[in-house]
Design a protein around this ligand. Structure first.
Ligand SMILES: Nc1ncnc2c1ncn2[C@@H]1O[C@H](COP(=O)(O)OP(=O)(O)O)[C@@H](O)[C@H]1O
Ligand SMILES: [Mg+2]
Length: 360
């Protein structure tokens, strides 16, 4: 299994690259800025430093909203043949808070009441009707940089004047009082692998780590986890961070981050998030290939087997409450009908070995 991480080379991407090396046969670390996509012919061709890019079984594509076009082009060029944890359509939606909002609204994900106006004058009419404070956001801001708070109509209107000079669309959102706290849940596949509460510094409303927020580990209840997982699924992002505001009124999703920083969450929770991401991608890429047999010395050794052991990724099937293993397992093990075997089972683990070849 050959993999690549295509990114802007952040520390988080380096961590993920290192973790991927523990699972995949080979991993390439590619800078998104070295890529071009030839979209002239029928097929899109991805070029890396001017040459046709190698083919991979798994590509983890990441980057900021500034690279949206190239992200979209690379993702759609690769998606039919390559496993990618972020679907092509997710880049457009996930890098724009308004499009995220519209997508999540379709499946009734709770979010703060949000408005968008065609121009500053209609936005001002809207501002007259709101109760304060309110939040104004650039749809594609990150790390808290494009988020502003206004305590009154007067300050909101003057902010809007300044922003309209920048010719940037702004979304206006109801302020959710949480005492400067938010929740960041990291979704990997259909699990929340790590979650932290972030507390904004004194005098600051944004809880982002980049804005000085302090993260601490939290255990999410089933409902909040389910919210984060459904959010990620709707956007088509198997790996992402979901930001949630929680108060007595319940939980509200404010943002999905397709390229979350890993340092803060790893430090706060002690979870090896990069490792979880790499492990998940390895399994998912195998499933994408149709459950192909894979051989990995490292995995075999980790399970206490010889390096000729093969690992397959599959789902458990039962028939009348008896576990039925895939045919390939029969082929690999060479077990025959009526062979005497030792079955050792404990929660989440089964080892089956021929009674005359018990491993030490
Ligand atoms: N509607 C809101 N009410 C209260 N606080 C908010 C609201 N929206 C955002 N915030 C605060 O601002 C921070 C940044 O907002 P977010 O939408 O996640 O944008 P960014 O992409 O910049 O992280 C959040 O983590 C939260 O602390
Ligand atoms: Mg955020």
């Amino acid at each position: 299994m050959k993999a690549a991480i295509i990114s802007l080379g952040s520390v988080s991407s380096k961590w993920t690259f290192e973790a991927m090396k523990k699972y995949f046969e080979s991993v390439d670390d590619i800078d998104l800025r070295d890529l071009e996509v030839d979209i002239g012919g029928k097929k899109h061709i991805v070029l890396c430093k001017g040459k046709k890019m190698k083919e991979y079984d798994c590509v983890y594509l990441k980057g900021s909203f500034r690279y949206l076009q190239i992200l979209n082009a690379v993702a759609s060029a690769l998606s039919s043949k390559t496993y990618m944890p972020i679907e092509p359509s997710a880049f457009t939606k996930g890098h724009d808070k308004l499009l995220t909002h519209l997508a999540l609204q379709e499946i009734n994900i709770p979010m703060p009441e949000t408005f968008i106006s065609a121009n500053p004058s209609s936005a001002k009419l809207l501002l007259e009707k709101l109760s304060y404070p309110i939040v104004m956001k650039f749809p594609s801001g990150t790390q808290g940089k494009g988020v502003m708070f206004a305590d009154s109509y007067i300050s909101a209107a003057s902010m809007l004047d300044a922003l309209s000079a920048l010719n940037q669309p702004v979304i206006i959102q109801k302020y959710i009082e949480t005492g400067g706290k938010d929740i960041r849940a990291i979704v990997v596949g259909d699990k929340v692998v790590a979650a932290m509460q972030r507390q904004a510094v004194e005098g600051e409303k944004r809880a982002n780590i980049h804005a000085g927020g302090k993260g601490s580990k939290i255990t999410l209840d089933y409902k909040s986890k389910d919210l984060a997982i459904r959010t990620a699924k709707t956007l088509g992002a198997s790996i992402c961070a979901v930001d949630i505001l929680r108060n007595s009124g319940g939980c509200k999703v404010i943002e999905v981050n397709l390229s979350p920083g890993l340092q803060g969450i790893t430090e706060a929770t002690g979870v090896d998030v990069a490792g979880k991401i790499a492990e998940y991608m390895y399994e998912a890429a195998n499933k994408f290939k149709g459950g192909a047999v894979i051989m990995s010395d490292r995995l075999a050794k980790a399970a206490g087997m010889t390096s000729s052991a093969k690992t397959i990724v599959t789902n458990i099937k039962t028939n009348r409450n008896k576990i039925v293993l895939p045919e390939i397992v029969t082929d690999i093990s060479g077990f025959d009908n009526d062979d005497e075997v030792l079955v050792t089972a404990e929660k989440n683990c089964i080892v089956i070995s021929k009674s005359n070849s018990v491993r030490k």
